[in-house]
Ligand binder design. Structure first.
Ligand SMILES: Nc1nc2c(ncn2[C@@H]2O[C@H](COP(=O)(O)OP(=O)(O)OP(=O)(O)O)[C@@H](O)[C@H]2O)c(=O)[nH]1
Ligand SMILES: [Mg+2]
Length: 192
């Protein structure tokens, strides 16, 4: 698919603040600081579209972007961020799970996993959650530009067990654009 337009639509802090379920949604989920907002900017070729930061916990709300006038990209706050309070974590965990469980218009969840730390417990829990709720998901291995040759082999190996469960696994770098075309074509195939 080509992205012709991408514009910020709305930020929501609860399910009641979400837009009507009138368009397919592509959701970007993953641990805090994994590169969700950067990936959104790189996919849309719009640098400042989603706010990014080297400090984890930058995205705090569910952010909707209208793409090509007929679908939503949804940027989620990250999970697994150590420095927030227990209550905040619990509150966000509830919102995240309720969103993924109940939102019927989700066409695809793109789960971002840091290619340098591929088998973290919180990511595995997220995969179990998606499988349990029968949500179609694909995996993007982020920050691939940071990997050396040995790490590339290691990450491929640790992803092998998931390759039958995920719709796709894409190696990605928001800095170089590696994986961009690949991911866009996967997204296109998941839009009803
Ligand atoms: N080397 C490299 N760094 C990246 C890449 N993508 C993101 N980063 C860096 O990782 C940090 C976090 O990026 P964000 O896009 O803000 O991450 P996020 O997942 O949206 O984070 P939260 O909103 O806090 O959950 C920033 O310092 C980015 O510059 C990448 O492909 N390569
Ligand atoms: Mg973010």
């Amino acid at each position: 698919m080509n992205i012709i337009s991408a514009d910020f639509l709305i930020s929501a802090s609860s399910l009641s603040g979400l837009p009507e379920e009138s368009m397919p949604e592509i959701v970007f989920a993953g641990r805090s600081n994994v590169g969700k907002s950067s990936l959104l900017n790189s996919l849309t070729l719009k640098k400042g579209l989603a706010k990014t930061s080297s400090t984890p916990g930058k995205t705090k709300l569910i952010n909707y972007f209208l793409v090509n006038g007929d679908l939503y990209f949804v940027d989620l706050p990250g999970y697994g961020y150590a420095s927030v309070s227990h209550e905040e974590k619990e509150q966000w965990g509830k919102l995240l799970s309720a969103y993924i469980e109940r939102r019927r218009s989700i066409s695809l969840v793109i789960l971002l996993i840091d290619s340098r730390h591929p088998a973290m417990a919180s990511d595995r829990a997220m995969i179990e959650f998606l499988l349990h709720h029968e949500r179609p998901f694909g995996i993007v291995l982020t920050k691939y530009d940071k990997l050396g040759q040995k790490e590339r082999v290691a990450v491929r190996r640790s992803m092998e067990s998931l390759s039958s469960k995920a719709k796709f696994i894409v190696n990605y770098s928001s800095f170089s654009g590696l994986g961009r075309n690949d991911l866009l074509s996967h997204i296109e195939h998941c839009i009803p």
